[in-house]
Design a protein. Sequence first.
Length: 423
Amino acid sequence: MAVILRGATWSLRKRVPARYGEVEPRKEIWLSLHTDSKAEAEAKAPAIWRAQVEAWEAHLAGASEDAEKRFQAALDLAGKRGFSWLPLKEVTHLPRNDLLKRIEAIPAHDKHPNRQEAAAILGAVPVPEISVSRALELYWNFTRDRVAGKSPDQLRRWRNPRIKAAKNFITLIGDKPISAISGDDMLAFRGWWLDRIDDEGLSANSANKDLIHLGDILKTVNKKKRLGLVLPLSDLSLKEGKARPRLPFSSTWIRDRLLAPGALDGLNDQARAIFLLMINTGARPSELAALSAQTIHLDANTPFIEIMGEGRQLKSVNAERKIPLLGVSLEALRAFPGGFDRYRTNSASLSATVNKFLKQNDLKETGGHTMYGLRHAFEDRMLEARIDERIRRDLMGHALDRVRYGQGGSLADVADRLAPISF
């Protein structure tokens, strides 16, 4: 390692290794050691050379097509020049002296600034677009310290809820770049959990765990990758034991707005059919999405559907039931005698799709109304028609506060009682 006196200052003279020819046009490099003492220069030279090699390595990584590597290279290059990485919009608002220091630190060769270092120091390297699924992959590495000493079973139980949270979000919203996640996306995810609390008898705690785990994944990656994102993660938790009340649609609104000619034309065929099916059955969206050819009986004397635990777990033993089909619900299901393949294994997006459509087309009776309000409306109509409590609870899949005797009436009899309140 040649240490040579140039004027009054010692410098390091080295040939540039062939590996770095792509990012260093010079064949030979002189690095000032900033001292007039030979002994001090010889002591400093190895560290100065290592820093230069690391800078070249960062340059090579920055030349990669991989956006994450380019961004990390920019962070490293800025750090090696003594600056924390800032995005360009923040760099341009720095105090004049701080901005000049960054500009002056950009190395040049033959009076031409090094573009890659300039981009790193001035924050012109774009933040990489990291999807939710990619964020989960990165998260495992960033949280190694949290799982140190865990057994394989403990590790599995630690990882699975986080995988579930990310999967639920991706299923509902999509595998978006985390920089593109909006407040509306997070509210939609929260709303989907509120639907599940009613639909499947889950607790608010289940929803909060998903929200906490998803938030931790996003915040950890944002911090560790130094993305500088402002994530919409505040004020999302659900209060334990106080789920949002479901507002029933009024009969007038169902008849005059939801069932108006053409009102539902913009909704995809299967979602529209499930929506119409819900009006006169009061069944949960997930129960209807799970229907199959074996549980749809259109050719019976009294057409009906069966809610069964076929390949899925029902909310409770009372949820298994038969519901007669009438009016618009019967007509909608005739187009899908085999059920709804689009939503059978992906019911998570059903409510979100319908609720988004209702909002965009001014079909929500109030801001608090959702698709689930059709179930509550069905029960309200039965109450107003003074239908027997046993029949109401059987149709809704609710427990009865006494022993159940008999079959609760024939399907034909139940259909006759429902006919006057059906659309």
